[in-house]
Ligand binder design. Structure first.
Ligand code: SF4
Length: 448
């Protein structure tokens, strides 16, 4: 791979991430999932029977586990072989599951402030199925107070009438999983769509007038080159989305790519190393900034920061309740994390019997809640010291003084009495940094 970009990213002092090895680097929650257990499911039931803490927002997450084909880097449980009857049964199951929650005390009269359709591929469903699903969900819990509805879509599954239906049932933030503009790279990574489908679907979405369009890219897919990455950034800017989200390729253990590594006895994944992936994201952020975007998190650039909100992300990072429905989905209610059963048959059987399909849970301690919010909010590049003092009664500059000093010594963070600010290079490797703030027993979970 030839290098044409001059940007560099200063590596963190303890950086051990040079080559891309198998494991999860992206920190999406805390404590890690491996600490959640079936023996704690009773804690979720107790939380559901407890009225909510004052002013806790409520989100609804709806998981759609179907995809046209499985991407080689995918680590989710997805189904590529379900027929219309199986999908219809699943849709009824989602509505049935929501009904089980509807009369529990934790709601305390709340209805959702935001809704997120994730997967899998929510846009795999037909317009008719989606309308049936959303009508059913709204009949259980009103969407009158909903401020944002996010919907993930795969470009090749969209038609104009389906996008119109998606807008009509209330989606405000449409998120395109583009990942790359090169058909060769899309194919070699097992993606189902091609670039011409991106342009067609994006044009319809703009015409229909979604308030916010996000596009997802991945830095460092199989066979990515620096020249192609530059082209990806150029094409992204040309499309002029409201928001651009860039992930750095990781290779979790249950991916097709990892299986290939294992069979070949290789420890290093056949993708760019971490320095290169960060350099590419830095380049993308710099180019986006030149075209009027602002960096709103480690992964996100937005056109107009004051207007282009991502309520789902910010509410979760600030401790909102997330009522999550669907197979294998993750939720958080009243200080208890939970995940549903991972297979679709037992999921449907359980909700049809009127029972909650929860598989494992974890009640978090006040200290874990503090760490969770702090490390998630670090992904925005700035921490407000007074927020944590007021909410948790803790001065984070004192509680984590040693850790801040470690990163401040080389200019990665600046700490004052009011705020902690991460510099851009720190932000580009924030997921590595976050492990330093976890309790000792949680630090190595990404390698297990
Ligand atoms: S579209 Fe997303 S969920 Fe579906 S297989 Fe690809 S990475 Fe996995």
């Amino acid at each position: 791979m030839s290098t044409v970009l001059t940007q560099t990213v200063r590596p963190l002092p303890e950086s051990r991430d040079k080559a891309t090895q198998a494991g999860n680097y992206f920190v999406s929650n805390y404590p890690p999932f491996s600490f959640w257990s079936p023996k704690n499911v009773g804690d979720l039931h107790a939380a559901l029977d407890t009225p909510p803490a004052a002013d806790t927002p409520l989100g609804l997450y709806v998981h759609i586990p179907f995809c046209r084909k499985r991407c080689h880097f995918c680590y989710f449980k997805v189904y590529t072989d379900k027929n219309a009857d199986a999908i219809s049964r699943y849709i009824d199951g989602l509505i049935a599951e929501l009904k089980i929650y509807a009369d529990k005390a934790f709601l305390g009269g709340r209805t959702p402030n935001f809704v997120y359709f994730g997967g899998g591929t929510p846009s795999y469903l037909s317009a008719k199925q989606l309308t049936q699903l959303t009508d059913g969900l709204k009949s259980v819990l009103s969407w009158d107070k909903v401020e944002e509805v996010t919907f993930e879509c795969e470009p090749g599954t969209l038609q104009e009438h389906k996008l119109q239906a998606i807008r009509d049932f209330g989606v405000t933030r449409l998120s395109f999983g583009i990942e790359n503009f090169s058909d060769h790279i899309l194919e070699i990574n097992g993606r189902a769509h091609l670039s011409k489908q991106v342009y067609r679907a994006y044009g319809w979405a703009r015409q229909i007038g979604f308030p916010q369009i996000n596009i997802d890219l991945i830095s460092g897919m199989l066979e990515e080159t620096e020249e192609n990455w530059i082209e990806n950034v150029r094409k992204t800017i040309e499309l002029d989305p409201d928001c651009v989200t860039i992930y750095q390729m990781e290779i979790p253990f249950n991916t097709t790519i990892y299986k290939g590594m294992k069979e070949a006895g290789k420890l290093t994944a056949p993708v760019a190393d971490w320095d290169t992936k960060r350099r590419w994201v830095k380049y993308a952020f710099d180019e986006l900034a030149k075209h009027g975007y602002e960096i709103s998190s480690a992964y996100t650039a937005v056109k107009n920061k004051a207007q282009t909100k991502f309520i789902y992300r910010d509410a979760l990072w600030e401790g909102a309740d997330l009522l999550s429905v669907g197979v294998a989905s993750f939720g958080h209610i009243h200080g208890v994390h939970y995940q549903n059963v991972k297979d679709i048959e037992p999921y449907c059987d359980t909700v049809e019997a009127g029972d909650l399909p929860v598989f494992r849970a974890l009640k978090i301690t006040p200290e874990e809640a503090l760490i969770r919010e702090m490390i998630l909010q670090m992904k925005r590049g700035r921490l407000d010291v007074s927020y944590f003092r007021e909410k948790f009664g803790v001065d984070i500059t004192e509680r984590f003084a040693e850790e801040w000093e470690h990163f401040a010594a080389e200019g990665f963070v600046t700490v004052s009495k009011d705020e902690v600010v991460l510099d851009r290079d720190a932000l580009l490797q924030v997921d590595t940094m976050l492990h330093e703030f976890m309790l000792p027993e949680h630090r190595e979970a990404r390698y297990t």
